[in-house]
Design a protein around this ligand. Structure first.
Ligand code: GLA
Length: 713
């Protein structure tokens, strides 16, 4: 709900539980007042030190501009033709938009919502339109900006934030970031905000494994089910910065494109659109914060038709950990035949299918089947897989090229490279210059030739390195600061075209595991491969950290073999199933080594997913016991509280009782795959907990479906 008082210059954005307030002050500055629990009356920004008076250094600002007395670190940097970097932006008007704004060429939350545009202007002719989106039911506030040059000379943008959030809480806040490395993505790190500037971000062209473009601020006493938390996600998949600054005015959180190597020239009349930032606030801790974000992502970001959580997602078998590069058609067929016996729906041919690709040192860029491995081409294999009753999917890495490829030999300048300097290969590959239309056109042509040749139901779009040697042969020296962002726009454009041309295609993004796991990619693909690490114990932590922003249904998760290929750990079948069933659920192991009886033993889990998949995709996540290194527990519960799937892994929980906070009064039924149904009182489940069986072994696991047998009397 929007509240705009034009006489007093007060603007409030209300969601079901939250309020965001701003005010035009006596000098025409757009001042930020408040973001927190819902309230109707204006809440003056009250910095911990001093009277803000008219000094911008102590005010909350909606769009802090440099060079006019706000001494906090400037994120917005417009450089004018006379060499000055200062902007004095004053309020120029506010408009209620007919609907929530969209951002051309950029992903943004959608399907409903309200929109407001607040215009700011300075007398150089620079205009900034601040766009706000309000999604009432899931408590989401979004922000983006359109920066316009209405002046007579060019302006170079050297920094352009998406959103800035000033909180007057001073030293009393913690910052939580989600950090890691390959095979260990998105571990939460929480620490008190320190005086000065601290940030996470990326200069690798993709978010990378190191940090995620989602951060949270919270009060020190906040926990899973209590306390104030602010979650902030950037809807962007390239270089970014999430920056936190503690000053006398409080905490300033800024999110946007990383200013390093960013310089965007705005000729007179041109404009620049920033990516979108998205905020939620919860006064009930991280659990509620995450559940609101999950609702927002599922209902307002994922691509149609996959945002309908009732629509089944296929249970897939992926060939990577089953055979890596070492396969031919009979081996793939045998793998698919075994998968069929386990009840699997879809066979995914991973890396290694295109000509000459026997290791990771050649052929990326030449998207034509290798006749040695696939004599009948992709279409021939697909027909054979289909004849088993399985659907077919394929792996591609469109942004990559190996120096040893026909594409690179024909177009060496299509790879990002700095003339006269050695180009850095990572995993033996270069990155194609996706800022160039002709490069994207050729790759798209090759992909369409494959996808048009047979019914491909699923594509895994991989991206196995970060960007380096960033220079585009197609742009002049003065515009090289645009390449990183134009690259991301190119990736978005191609995923839009791909899913537009094949509307029923299930697209899964991936980047060496989870190096590009962000809200931007989720606009195009309803699932992202969470990590190359499929070890159940490690997955508990990776999926736990991921779940602070992203719902379980978007996390690519597969059941794999033991000992695990990365960690060597031997987790129980139940533990591995619990981790995989909490995500998209698939398999990634050599099932041809399984006997028919062993394949049959997998069926109850596949049946379990079929029976409860809609609940697992649409339900509320309850993080019951955080990962301790020895186990964790969580549940996914229907919004009406009537049923849930409960997961527990690790010896710390073996044989214990697990309280279920969502269990209402009345009789409940509990059914684990392959086990007999038991009944409990909801009150017992809530207070004393669901008794878990004692399984023993290395990493025991437990999962079961609980359902209210009869409503409370
Ligand atoms: C990346 C992906 C893996 C697999 C390989 C293939 O590492 O994350 O799942 O597809 O590439 O080379």
């Amino acid at each position: 709900m929007l509240h705009i008082d034009r006489d007093s210059g007060f603007i409030a954005l209300h969601t079901a539980h939250t309020t965001y307030q701003m005010q035009v002050d006596g000098q025409g500055r757009l001042v930020h007042l408040y973001y927190g629990a819902r309230c109707e009356a204006p809440r003056p920004f009250a910095p911990p030190q001093g009277d803000p008076g008219c000094w911008p250094n102590l005010l909350g600002m909606e769009w802090p501009a440099p060079g006019i007395g706000d001494n906090r670190y400037p994120f917005f940097e417009p450089e004018f033709a006379d060499g000055t970097i200062a902007a004095d932006l004053r309020f120029a008007g506010v408009d209620v938009l007919p609907e929530k704004y969209a951002l051309p060429g950029l992903p943004a939350f959608r399907y409903g919502g309200e929109g407001v545009c607040v215009s700011l202007r300075d007398d150089t002719g620079l205009r900034v339109e601040l766009l706000y989106g309000v999604f009432e039911e899931c408590d989401l506030i979004t922000r983006a900006a359109v920066i316009k040059n209405d002046g007579a000379a060019p302006v170079i943008l050297r920094g352009a934030p998406s959103a800035v959030l000033d909180l007057p809480e001073g030293a009393g806040l913690d910052l939580v970031t989600f950090d890691g490395a390959w095979a260990a993505e998105r571990t939460p790190h929480r620490a008190g905000v320190r005086p000065g500037v601290q940030s996470v971000g990326s200069v690798g062209g993709i978010p990378t494994h190191a940090h995620n473009p989602f951060v949270a601020l919270c009060r020190p006493d906040a926990g899973e089910d209590h306390g104030d938390c602010w979650g902030a996600a950037l809807v962007y998949s390239g270089n970014y910065r999430c920056q936190c600054e503690l000053s006398a005015a409080g905490v300033r959180l800024s999110l946007g494109i990383e200013p390093y190597h960013f310089a965007w020239t705005l000729a007179p009349g041109e404009h620049f659109v920033t990516p979108e930032a998205a905020f939620v606030f919860s006064a009930e801790g991280f659990g509620a914060m995450s559940r609101r974000l999950h609702d927002a992502i599922r209902d307002h970001l994922l691509p149609a038709p996959w945002r309908d959580m009732r629509k089944p997602r296929p249970v897939l078998i992926n060939s990577w950990e089953a055979c890596y590069f070492d396969f031919d058609e009979p081996r793939l067929f045998a793998l698919a035949a075994a998968a069929k016996k386990a009840g699997i729906d879809l066979f995914v041919l991973d890396d290694g299918w295109f000509k000459g690709r026997d290791a990771d040192n050649s052929s990326l860029g030449d998207w034509v089947a290798d006749p040695r491995k696939l004599p009948g081409g992709v279409a021939g294999l697909c027909a054979k897989i289909n004849s088993l009753g399985l659907d077919f999917g394929i792996w591609i890495e469109p942004e990559a090229v190996n120096p040893d490829s026909d594409l690179y030999r024909a177009h060496p300048d299509w790879a990002l490279h700095i003339p006269g300097r050695e180009t850095l290969p990572i995993r033996n590959q270069y990155t194609l210059d996706f800022s160039r239309e002709e490069v994207r056109r050729e790759i798209f042509r090759q992909l369409c030739a494959v996808l048009d040749s047979c019914p491909v139901r699923y594509v895994k779009w991989d991206m196995n390195r970060s960007l380096a040697n960033v220079y585009s042969a197609a742009l002049p020296a003065a515009r090289q600061g645009e390449v990183y962002h134009r690259y991301v726009l190119g990736v978005y454009e191609m995923q839009q075209k791909l899913t537009g041309r094949y509307p029923d295609l299930l697209l899964e993004n991936c980047a060496g595991g989870g190096a590009r796991f962000d809200c931007g990619m989720l606009y195009y693909s309803p699932q992202i491969w969470c990590s190359d690490n499929t070890d159940a114990l490690d997955r508990l932590s990776i999926q736990y950290g991921t779940s602070f922003c992203y719902p379980p249904c978007v996390m690519g998760a597969h059941f794999s073999t033991v000992p695990n290929h990365i960690t060597g750990r031997a987790a129980s079948v139940e533990a591995r199933m619990a981790a995989a069933l909490s995500g998209t659920f698939g398999f990634e192991l050599d099932l041809t080594r399984y006997t028919d009886a062993q394949l049959n033993d997998l069926r109850p889990y596949v049946d379990f997913y079929r029976a409860h998949g809609a609940l697992l995709r649409a339900g509320d996540l309850w993080r019951l016991v955080p990962p301790t290194g020895r186990g964790a527990a969580w549940a996914i519960a229907a919004k009406d509280g009537g049923e849930a799937v409960v997961f527990a892994v690790g010896d710390v929980l073996d044989g214990r009782s697990l309280p279920l906070p969502f269990a209402a009064a009345g009789r409940w039924r509990a059914a684990a795959p392959g086990a007999k149904v038991e009944e409990w009182e909801g009150e017992t489940l809530r207070r004393h907990g669901l008794p878990l069986p004692k399984a023993g072994g290395d990493l025991p696991g437990y999962l079961c479906w609980v359902c209210r047998a009869e409503p409370a009397g």
